[in-house]
Design a protein around this ligand. Sequence first.
Ligand SMILES: [Zn+2]
Length: 281
Amino acid sequence: MKHIFQDKSNGINYRRLENIAPIIECSSCGRNVLEELARTNSSICPFCGNDFRMKAHDRMEQILDNGSFKETNKSMSSVDKLHFPDYTKKLNKYKKSSGLKEAVVTGIGAIDGRKVAIAIMDAQFMMGSMGTVVGQKIVSLTEHATKNKLPLIIFCASGGARMQEGVLSLMQMSRCSIALNRHSEKGLLYISVLTHPTTGGVTASFAMQGDIILAEPGALIGFAGPRVIEQTVKQELPDGFQRSEHLIEHGMIDNIILRRNMKYTLSHLLKLHTPFDGGAL
Ligand SMILES: [Zn+2]
């Protein structure tokens, strides 16, 4: 397999290879990597360590104990309530390209034997935007975690509220926040993990409500985009503004965790903060 990790200058005909298996071009080092091999390497570039966008189910596989995941609300899917032009067409397109029904996958699983409620957003589906179904799936999962005294982990990846659902999508911010507050009032642990990108209404609600907030290296995390802020404050923004490394310096997040260490870190945090019930799933 070694030769597959070589670049164009090494004589591999990538165009021919692409007919057999999809290839990703690394946005950081510009080299070509077979998608399937990147997937088995935690979606990390083998040349420069850059994190590729990770699919929700791949992340579930990486984080949870083998075979422990039970998905909830799997078939829940958005509808075009406001008759927004082309919304149904877009939904169908993303369902087909991502193989998902919506921009978040939720369920119950285990990390080193500890039961957790977990939600993973997937930026492949309409940039992980939050509409009514994303909101509802997160609220249902949080309520389930509260009722069953489970810790909750949410991996965020979002462009923000879904404009095609207007005010209905904005309402999800407060719905999620209220559900999380009830979870917190029971003394239960909520860990949010911010991945690239976490922006808009998701940042303004559940992403920043974690008892512990972790982030992947280099993730863009913010409410409004840098261009909008620059135009508003009429100042040039510092280098790396809104990236994880900038946020940790300013006390906005608790730690930056390499993808390959994520399961170990979550497991350790769960061990420190939750009693071990050892119960079967
Ligand atoms: Zn790279």
